[in-house]
Design a protein around this ligand. Structure first.
Ligand code: NAP
Length: 290
């Protein structure tokens, strides 16, 4: 099977390259090759690689910047995603569109299932939701995979940020009233390959098992780092109101992943176990998180 990944430098794209299973050839298209904000050659660039499946792991992911840069976010997350899906459709190939927990408003008192009403609270979530709809319309075999709180041993993410700040400060203030499911990029990549083997059109949720808050996540990172002799700081839980950001985040963005298990036989690992593996990897790399 040949999988074409849109995006190369992102944490999910890199995990897909690292985790490619036996018998799966992965090719990537980087932003300079295919700029989703300035589409010209999507059809030709995708067609020439003759993929069996296309995974779109590229997106405008700067949640706060998107608030004042809506046109750019929309160009990538909506129109760009649509063009990729359409290019795959013309080859008869399914597209797997990576989407987000931020399509939800966050006011549900339980983890979200795929059929729950959406209601994004910011530009990023709105443009990703528009992308979901355009992708599904452009490619009848499309699978929309919503994930959440993605981290990796590389790239820009919460785990690395917390470790970097722990090396600079004795105490970290972290919001404790937003709930979610931390997801290790490696586990997400493994799940995406399972989906790619037998895609079933529709939406499916895919996030680390269990749930926590950002403060709980930070405490777990600090504990794991301390056990391994890495940087660690005290976590001071704070309310969202004490940490104002341009984009409003959902208070609850937990994802129920029962459908993933039912349709694809994929059980995501408990988030703490996955986090331990990631911290091990960062420790093995000498705690380079700058
Ligand atoms: N990170 C999370 O917590 C999270 C949560 C839920 C869902 N997701 C979704 O997961 C997917 C992957 O996210 P990630 O965490 O891997 O994000 P990331 O590390 O920020 O990577 C995003 C990638 O998109 C590429 N990109 C941005 N603008 C582009 C453009 N105009 N044309 C082509 N490529 C462009 C970037 O290219 P450069 O390398 O050139 O910048 C980068 O490779 C996205 O769909 C995101 O919405 C992420």
């Amino acid at each position: 099977m040949k999988v074409l990944v849109i995006g190369r430098g992102g944490q999910v794209a890199r995990a897909l390259v690292r985790r490619a299973p036996e018998g799966v050839a992965v090719e990537t298209l980087s932003r300079p090759e295919l700029d989703l904000a300035a589409l010209r050659d999507a059809d030709a660039l995708v067609a020439v690689r003759r993929p069996d499946v296309v995974i779109n792991a590229a997106a405008y992911t700067a949640v706060d910047a998107a608030e004042s840069d809506a046109d750019a976010a929309r160009a990538v997350n909506a129109q760009g995603a649509e063009a990729v899906a359409a290019a795959a459709a013309r080859l008869g190939a399914p597209v797997i569109q990576v989407s987000t927990d931020y399509v939800f408003a966050g006011d549900k008192g339980a983890p979200y299932v795929e059929s729950d009403p959406v209601g994004p609270t910011g530009v990023y979530g709105r443009t990703k939701l528009e992308g979901e709809r355009l992708v599904a319309a452009a490619n009848s075999s499309a699978v929309i995979v919503r994930t959440a709180w993605v981290y990796d041993a590389h790239g820009k993410n919460f785990v690395r940020t917390m470790l970097r700040l722990a090396g600079q400060r004795p105490e970290l203030s972290v919001v404790s009233d937003q709930q979610g499911c931390p997801t290790f990029a490696d586990d997400l990549a493994d799940a995406l390959f399972a989906i790619a083997r037998a895609p079933k059109p529709g939406v499916v949720h895919c996030a680390g098992a269990g749930e926590t808050t950002w403060a709980g996540f930070a405490e777990a990172i600090m504990a794991l780092a301390a056990e391994r002799g890495g940087p660690s700081a005290k976590v001071q839980p704070i309310p969202t109101s004490a940490y104002p950001t341009p984009a409003k985040r959902p208070a609850n963005s937990r994802l129920n992943c029962a459908k993933l298990q039912g349709e694809y036989g994929v059980a995501m690992r408990p988030w703490r176990a996955a986090l331990a593996d990631c911290v091990d990897e960062i420790a093995a790399g000498g705690w380079r998180v700058g």
